[in-house]
Design a protein around this ligand. Structure first.
Ligand code: SF4
Length: 355
Protein backbone atom coordinates (compact mmCIF):
# COMPACT_ATOMS: atom_id res chain seq x y z
CA UNK A 1 0.00 0.00 0.00
CA UNK A 2 1.22 3.51 -0.77
CA UNK A 3 1.53 6.40 1.62
CA UNK A 4 1.85 8.68 -1.35
CA UNK A 5 -0.76 11.34 -0.84
CA UNK A 6 -0.04 13.30 -3.98
CA UNK A 7 -2.63 13.42 -6.65
CA UNK A 8 -1.84 10.57 -9.01
CA UNK A 9 -2.89 6.96 -9.19
CA UNK A 10 0.40 5.16 -8.77
CA UNK A 11 -0.53 1.67 -9.90
CA UNK A 12 -3.57 -0.44 -10.66
CA UNK A 13 -3.86 -3.94 -9.24
CA UNK A 14 -6.25 -5.77 -11.53
CA UNK A 15 -8.03 -8.80 -10.09
CA UNK A 16 -8.29 -11.97 -12.18
CA UNK A 17 -10.71 -13.59 -12.63
CA UNK A 18 -13.13 -10.68 -12.96
CA UNK A 19 -16.11 -9.82 -15.16
CA UNK A 20 -18.17 -12.19 -17.29
CA UNK A 21 -18.66 -15.69 -15.89
CA UNK A 22 -19.56 -18.78 -17.92
CA UNK A 23 -23.29 -18.35 -17.25
CA UNK A 24 -23.31 -14.72 -18.38
CA UNK A 25 -21.20 -15.59 -21.45
CA UNK A 26 -23.76 -18.22 -22.42
CA UNK A 27 -26.77 -15.96 -21.87
CA UNK A 28 -25.35 -13.02 -23.83
CA UNK A 29 -24.30 -15.17 -26.76
CA UNK A 30 -27.69 -16.89 -26.75
CA UNK A 31 -29.59 -13.58 -26.87
CA UNK A 32 -27.27 -12.32 -29.61
CA UNK A 33 -28.14 -15.43 -31.65
CA UNK A 34 -31.83 -14.77 -31.09
CA UNK A 35 -31.41 -11.19 -32.34
CA UNK A 36 -29.70 -12.41 -35.49
CA UNK A 37 -31.98 -15.38 -36.13
CA UNK A 38 -35.39 -13.67 -35.77
CA UNK A 39 -37.00 -10.61 -37.20
CA UNK A 40 -37.53 -8.19 -34.34
CA UNK A 41 -38.58 -7.57 -31.82
CA UNK A 42 -37.14 -10.34 -29.68
CA UNK A 43 -38.41 -10.21 -26.10
CA UNK A 44 -36.51 -10.98 -22.92
CA UNK A 45 -38.10 -11.72 -19.55
CA UNK A 46 -36.15 -9.64 -16.99
CA UNK A 47 -32.75 -8.17 -17.67
CA UNK A 48 -30.74 -10.83 -19.48
CA UNK A 49 -27.99 -10.16 -16.91
CA UNK A 50 -27.82 -7.43 -14.30
CA UNK A 51 -25.78 -4.87 -16.18
CA UNK A 52 -27.08 -1.60 -17.57
CA UNK A 53 -24.62 -1.46 -20.47
CA UNK A 54 -25.38 -4.99 -21.64
CA UNK A 55 -29.12 -4.39 -21.44
CA UNK A 56 -28.79 -1.08 -23.29
CA UNK A 57 -26.72 -2.70 -26.06
CA UNK A 58 -29.48 -5.22 -26.65
CA UNK A 59 -32.19 -2.56 -26.46
CA UNK A 60 -30.38 -0.74 -29.24
CA UNK A 61 -30.79 -3.93 -31.26
CA UNK A 62 -34.53 -3.88 -30.68
CA UNK A 63 -34.74 -6.34 -27.79
CA UNK A 64 -37.67 -5.53 -25.52
CA UNK A 65 -37.21 -6.37 -21.83
CA UNK A 66 -40.36 -7.18 -19.89
CA UNK A 67 -41.15 -8.07 -16.28
CA UNK A 68 -44.30 -9.97 -17.16
CA UNK A 69 -44.72 -12.57 -19.91
CA UNK A 70 -48.23 -11.15 -20.47
CA UNK A 71 -46.53 -8.12 -22.07
CA UNK A 72 -45.16 -10.32 -24.89
CA UNK A 73 -47.40 -10.42 -27.97
CA UNK A 74 -48.46 -14.00 -28.78
CA UNK A 75 -46.03 -15.89 -30.99
CA UNK A 76 -43.04 -13.58 -30.47
CA UNK A 77 -39.61 -15.09 -29.67
CA UNK A 78 -38.81 -14.84 -25.99
CA UNK A 79 -35.72 -15.40 -23.89
CA UNK A 80 -35.80 -16.08 -20.16
CA UNK A 81 -32.93 -14.53 -18.20
CA UNK A 82 -29.84 -16.16 -16.72
CA UNK A 83 -31.15 -15.83 -13.16
CA UNK A 84 -33.73 -18.56 -13.63
CA UNK A 85 -37.50 -18.20 -13.79
CA UNK A 86 -40.38 -19.52 -11.73
CA UNK A 87 -42.00 -22.68 -13.20
CA UNK A 88 -45.24 -20.77 -13.87
CA UNK A 89 -43.29 -18.13 -15.82
CA UNK A 90 -41.63 -20.82 -17.95
CA UNK A 91 -45.06 -22.35 -18.58
CA UNK A 92 -46.62 -18.98 -19.46
CA UNK A 93 -43.75 -18.33 -21.86
CA UNK A 94 -44.34 -21.66 -23.61
CA UNK A 95 -48.10 -21.07 -23.70
CA UNK A 96 -47.50 -17.77 -25.48
CA UNK A 97 -46.76 -19.72 -28.62
CA UNK A 98 -43.41 -18.26 -29.68
CA UNK A 99 -39.91 -19.73 -29.72
CA UNK A 100 -38.73 -19.74 -26.09
CA UNK A 101 -35.12 -19.98 -25.01
CA UNK A 102 -34.46 -20.42 -21.30
CA UNK A 103 -31.00 -18.95 -20.68
CA UNK A 104 -30.96 -19.95 -17.00
CA UNK A 105 -27.45 -20.66 -15.78
CA UNK A 106 -26.95 -24.41 -15.27
CA UNK A 107 -25.75 -23.71 -11.73
CA UNK A 108 -29.08 -22.09 -10.90
CA UNK A 109 -30.87 -25.02 -12.54
CA UNK A 110 -28.95 -27.30 -10.17
CA UNK A 111 -30.39 -25.42 -7.16
CA UNK A 112 -33.91 -25.56 -8.66
CA UNK A 113 -33.43 -29.31 -9.03
CA UNK A 114 -32.25 -29.66 -5.42
CA UNK A 115 -35.30 -27.72 -4.20
CA UNK A 116 -37.64 -29.92 -6.19
CA UNK A 117 -36.08 -33.19 -5.07
CA UNK A 118 -35.91 -32.24 -1.38
CA UNK A 119 -39.46 -30.86 -1.35
CA UNK A 120 -40.75 -34.03 -2.99
CA UNK A 121 -39.01 -36.05 -0.28
CA UNK A 122 -40.85 -34.11 2.40
CA UNK A 123 -38.09 -31.75 3.52
CA UNK A 124 -38.55 -28.19 4.69
CA UNK A 125 -35.92 -26.09 2.95
CA UNK A 126 -33.98 -23.26 4.56
CA UNK A 127 -32.86 -21.11 1.64
CA UNK A 128 -30.25 -18.38 2.14
CA UNK A 129 -31.01 -15.65 -0.39
CA UNK A 130 -31.69 -11.97 -0.88
CA UNK A 131 -35.30 -10.83 -0.64
CA UNK A 132 -36.68 -9.86 -4.04
CA UNK A 133 -33.61 -10.92 -6.04
CA UNK A 134 -34.74 -12.57 -9.28
CA UNK A 135 -32.74 -15.74 -8.68
CA UNK A 136 -34.22 -16.13 -5.19
CA UNK A 137 -37.75 -15.41 -6.42
CA UNK A 138 -37.44 -18.00 -9.21
CA UNK A 139 -35.93 -20.63 -6.94
CA UNK A 140 -38.49 -20.20 -4.16
CA UNK A 141 -41.30 -20.58 -6.68
CA UNK A 142 -40.16 -24.16 -7.38
CA UNK A 143 -41.59 -25.27 -4.01
CA UNK A 144 -43.15 -22.27 -2.27
CA UNK A 145 -44.91 -24.41 0.33
CA UNK A 146 -41.64 -25.98 1.52
CA UNK A 147 -39.10 -23.16 1.31
CA UNK A 148 -38.14 -20.59 3.95
CA UNK A 149 -35.90 -17.73 2.85
CA UNK A 150 -33.44 -16.38 5.42
CA UNK A 151 -30.72 -13.77 5.26
CA UNK A 152 -29.56 -13.43 8.85
CA UNK A 153 -28.89 -15.45 11.98
CA UNK A 154 -31.93 -13.74 13.58
CA UNK A 155 -34.15 -15.03 10.78
CA UNK A 156 -32.82 -18.56 11.35
CA UNK A 157 -33.63 -18.23 15.06
CA UNK A 158 -37.16 -17.13 14.18
CA UNK A 159 -37.89 -20.25 12.06
CA UNK A 160 -40.48 -22.66 13.47
CA UNK A 161 -39.51 -26.08 14.86
CA UNK A 162 -40.02 -28.31 11.83
CA UNK A 163 -41.24 -31.87 12.41
CA UNK A 164 -39.86 -32.92 9.01
CA UNK A 165 -36.25 -33.28 7.79
CA UNK A 166 -34.57 -29.95 6.93
CA UNK A 167 -32.36 -29.08 3.94
CA UNK A 168 -30.11 -26.05 3.47
CA UNK A 169 -29.74 -24.43 0.02
CA UNK A 170 -28.59 -21.00 -1.15
CA UNK A 171 -28.57 -18.35 -3.83
CA UNK A 172 -25.50 -18.92 -6.03
CA UNK A 173 -24.14 -15.38 -5.90
CA UNK A 174 -23.85 -14.79 -2.16
CA UNK A 175 -20.48 -14.00 -0.68
CA UNK A 176 -19.01 -16.77 1.43
CA UNK A 177 -19.07 -14.40 4.39
CA UNK A 178 -22.78 -13.64 4.01
CA UNK A 179 -23.52 -17.34 3.62
CA UNK A 180 -21.24 -18.85 6.30
CA UNK A 181 -22.76 -17.39 9.49
CA UNK A 182 -26.31 -18.10 8.41
CA UNK A 183 -25.38 -21.64 7.30
CA UNK A 184 -23.69 -22.30 10.66
CA UNK A 185 -26.69 -20.98 12.57
CA UNK A 186 -28.95 -23.27 10.52
CA UNK A 187 -26.72 -26.29 11.24
CA UNK A 188 -26.79 -25.42 14.94
CA UNK A 189 -30.55 -25.02 14.99
CA UNK A 190 -31.19 -28.17 12.91
CA UNK A 191 -28.25 -30.54 13.61
CA UNK A 192 -29.44 -33.16 11.08
CA UNK A 193 -29.79 -30.63 8.26
CA UNK A 194 -29.15 -31.99 4.76
CA UNK A 195 -26.70 -29.96 2.65
CA UNK A 196 -25.53 -30.55 -0.92
CA UNK A 197 -22.10 -32.17 -1.36
CA UNK A 198 -20.80 -28.82 -2.58
CA UNK A 199 -22.27 -25.56 -1.41
CA UNK A 200 -24.51 -23.75 -3.89
CA UNK A 201 -22.16 -20.75 -4.04
CA UNK A 202 -20.93 -20.75 -7.62
CA UNK A 203 -17.29 -21.00 -8.68
CA UNK A 204 -17.38 -17.65 -10.51
CA UNK A 205 -18.66 -15.77 -7.47
CA UNK A 206 -16.13 -17.45 -5.20
CA UNK A 207 -13.20 -16.90 -7.58
CA UNK A 208 -13.97 -13.19 -8.02
CA UNK A 209 -14.20 -12.75 -4.27
CA UNK A 210 -10.94 -14.62 -3.62
CA UNK A 211 -9.16 -12.55 -6.29
CA UNK A 212 -10.43 -9.35 -4.66
CA UNK A 213 -9.21 -10.50 -1.24
CA UNK A 214 -5.80 -11.18 -2.76
CA UNK A 215 -5.35 -7.55 -3.82
CA UNK A 216 -7.38 -5.71 -1.14
CA UNK A 217 -4.63 -5.55 1.52
CA UNK A 218 -2.32 -3.84 -0.99
CA UNK A 219 -4.78 -1.17 -2.13
CA UNK A 220 -5.47 2.41 -1.07
CA UNK A 221 -8.79 2.27 -2.92
CA UNK A 222 -10.90 -0.40 -4.61
CA UNK A 223 -13.07 0.11 -7.67
CA UNK A 224 -15.77 -2.51 -8.22
CA UNK A 225 -17.43 -2.30 -11.64
CA UNK A 226 -21.01 -3.51 -11.91
CA UNK A 227 -24.64 -2.65 -11.36
CA UNK A 228 -26.33 -2.07 -7.99
CA UNK A 229 -28.84 -4.85 -8.71
CA UNK A 230 -26.07 -7.39 -9.41
CA UNK A 231 -25.87 -9.57 -6.32
CA UNK A 232 -22.33 -10.77 -6.92
CA UNK A 233 -21.15 -7.19 -7.59
CA UNK A 234 -22.64 -5.96 -4.34
CA UNK A 235 -21.02 -8.95 -2.59
CA UNK A 236 -17.64 -7.81 -3.97
CA UNK A 237 -18.27 -4.27 -2.73
CA UNK A 238 -19.15 -5.50 0.76
CA UNK A 239 -16.15 -7.77 0.86
CA UNK A 240 -13.82 -4.91 -0.05
CA UNK A 241 -15.29 -2.80 2.74
CA UNK A 242 -15.00 -5.71 5.16
CA UNK A 243 -11.35 -6.12 4.15
CA UNK A 244 -10.69 -2.60 5.39
CA UNK A 245 -10.14 -0.77 2.09
CA UNK A 246 -10.22 2.92 2.98
CA UNK A 247 -12.12 3.84 -0.18
CA UNK A 248 -14.47 1.48 -2.00
CA UNK A 249 -16.33 2.65 -5.09
CA UNK A 250 -18.95 0.63 -6.95
CA UNK A 251 -19.48 2.19 -10.34
CA UNK A 252 -21.38 1.36 -13.51
CA UNK A 253 -18.95 3.12 -15.84
CA UNK A 254 -15.78 5.22 -15.76
CA UNK A 255 -17.97 8.35 -15.89
CA UNK A 256 -18.89 7.72 -12.25
CA UNK A 257 -15.32 7.91 -10.96
CA UNK A 258 -14.81 10.95 -8.70
CA UNK A 259 -13.11 13.79 -10.61
CA UNK A 260 -11.15 16.87 -9.68
CA UNK A 261 -11.78 20.24 -11.27
CA UNK A 262 -9.12 19.49 -13.91
CA UNK A 263 -10.95 16.30 -14.94
CA UNK A 264 -8.40 13.86 -13.48
CA UNK A 265 -9.66 11.00 -11.32
CA UNK A 266 -9.72 11.93 -7.63
CA UNK A 267 -7.94 8.82 -6.31
CA UNK A 268 -4.34 8.25 -5.43
CA UNK A 269 -1.85 5.55 -4.60
CA UNK A 270 -2.54 1.90 -5.44
CA UNK A 271 -6.04 1.30 -6.80
CA UNK A 272 -7.56 -2.18 -7.05
CA UNK A 273 -9.96 -2.88 -9.90
CA UNK A 274 -12.39 -5.75 -10.30
CA UNK A 275 -15.71 -6.35 -12.02
CA UNK A 276 -18.83 -8.33 -11.18
CA UNK A 277 -19.79 -11.40 -13.22
CA UNK A 278 -22.12 -9.41 -15.50
CA UNK A 279 -19.80 -6.47 -16.28
CA UNK A 280 -18.15 -6.36 -19.73
CA UNK A 281 -14.37 -6.13 -20.00
CA UNK A 282 -14.60 -2.93 -22.08
CA UNK A 283 -15.84 -1.15 -18.94
CA UNK A 284 -12.73 -2.35 -17.11
CA UNK A 285 -10.54 -1.00 -19.93
CA UNK A 286 -12.31 2.36 -19.78
CA UNK A 287 -11.85 2.58 -16.01
CA UNK A 288 -8.14 1.78 -16.25
CA UNK A 289 -7.73 4.39 -19.00
CA UNK A 290 -9.42 6.96 -16.75
CA UNK A 291 -7.28 6.03 -13.74
CA UNK A 292 -4.16 6.49 -15.92
CA UNK A 293 -1.82 4.75 -13.43
CA UNK A 294 1.65 6.27 -13.38
CA UNK A 295 3.42 2.91 -12.92
CA UNK A 296 1.08 0.80 -15.01
CA UNK A 297 -1.18 -2.17 -14.31
CA UNK A 298 -0.33 -5.36 -12.44
CA UNK A 299 -2.78 -8.19 -13.05
CA UNK A 300 -2.99 -10.45 -10.01
CA UNK A 301 -4.09 -13.81 -11.30
CA UNK A 302 -5.65 -16.14 -8.76
CA UNK A 303 -6.87 -19.00 -10.91
CA UNK A 304 -7.88 -19.98 -14.44
CA UNK A 305 -11.53 -20.43 -15.30
CA UNK A 306 -12.17 -22.76 -18.21
CA UNK A 307 -15.84 -23.51 -17.53
CA UNK A 308 -17.99 -23.29 -20.64
CA UNK A 309 -21.76 -23.55 -20.85
CA UNK A 310 -23.09 -24.27 -24.37
CA UNK A 311 -26.20 -22.46 -25.66
CA UNK A 312 -29.54 -23.88 -24.47
CA UNK A 313 -30.33 -27.05 -26.43
CA UNK A 314 -33.34 -25.86 -28.45
CA UNK A 315 -31.44 -22.76 -29.58
CA UNK A 316 -28.47 -24.90 -30.55
CA UNK A 317 -30.71 -27.23 -32.55
CA UNK A 318 -32.39 -24.31 -34.29
CA UNK A 319 -29.08 -22.69 -35.21
CA UNK A 320 -27.70 -25.91 -36.61
CA UNK A 321 -30.89 -26.28 -38.69
CA UNK A 322 -30.55 -22.72 -40.01
CA UNK A 323 -26.94 -23.39 -40.87
CA UNK A 324 -27.84 -26.59 -42.70
CA UNK A 325 -30.51 -24.75 -44.72
CA UNK A 326 -28.01 -22.04 -45.55
CA UNK A 327 -25.50 -24.64 -46.70
CA UNK A 328 -28.16 -26.17 -48.95
CA UNK A 329 -29.05 -22.77 -50.37
CA UNK A 330 -32.63 -23.07 -49.15
CA UNK A 331 -33.14 -19.46 -48.45
CA UNK A 332 -31.85 -19.12 -44.91
CA UNK A 333 -30.02 -15.90 -44.20
CA UNK A 334 -26.41 -16.66 -45.21
CA UNK A 335 -25.12 -14.12 -42.66
CA UNK A 336 -26.55 -16.26 -39.86
CA UNK A 337 -23.76 -18.82 -39.79
CA UNK A 338 -23.36 -21.08 -36.82
CA UNK A 339 -20.02 -21.73 -35.23
CA UNK A 340 -20.27 -25.43 -34.37
CA UNK A 341 -18.76 -24.52 -31.02
CA UNK A 342 -18.93 -20.94 -29.72
CA UNK A 343 -16.53 -21.73 -26.86
CA UNK A 344 -13.78 -19.61 -28.36
CA UNK A 345 -16.00 -16.64 -29.12
CA UNK A 346 -16.07 -14.22 -26.19
CA UNK A 347 -19.42 -12.65 -25.30
CA UNK A 348 -17.72 -9.23 -25.21
CA UNK A 349 -16.78 -9.65 -28.89
CA UNK A 350 -20.30 -10.81 -29.71
CA UNK A 351 -21.69 -7.73 -27.95
CA UNK A 352 -19.29 -5.43 -29.79
CA UNK A 353 -20.32 -7.00 -33.11
CA UNK A 354 -23.95 -6.17 -32.39
CA UNK A 355 -23.37 -2.47 -32.80
S1 SF4 B 1 -22.51 -15.92 -11.30
FE1 SF4 B 1 -22.42 -18.17 -11.19
S2 SF4 B 1 -24.56 -18.81 -11.02
FE2 SF4 B 1 -24.59 -16.69 -11.75
S3 SF4 B 1 -24.64 -16.86 -13.98
FE3 SF4 B 1 -22.48 -16.73 -13.40
S4 SF4 B 1 -21.79 -18.88 -13.24
FE4 SF4 B 1 -24.04 -18.86 -13.19
Amino acid sequence: MSDDSNATVERVLLAAPRGFCAGVEMAIKALAWMVRAFDGPVYCYHEIVHNQQVVQRFEEQGVVFVDDVAEVPPGRPLMLSAHGSAPEVVQAARDNGGFVVDAVCPLVTKVHHEVKVRANKGYQIVYIGHEGHEEAVGTMAVAPEAIHRVESVEEVDALPDFDTPVALLAQTTLSHRDWADVASATAERFPDVWTPGRSDLCFATTNRQSALMEIAPRCDAMVVIGSANSSNTVALERLARGAGCATVLRINTADELPRRADGSVDLHGVVGVTAGASAPEELVEQVIAALAPRDGVEEVHLTDEDEYFPPPRNLRDMLVAIDALGALGLGADPTVRVASDDRNRAASEVLADLT
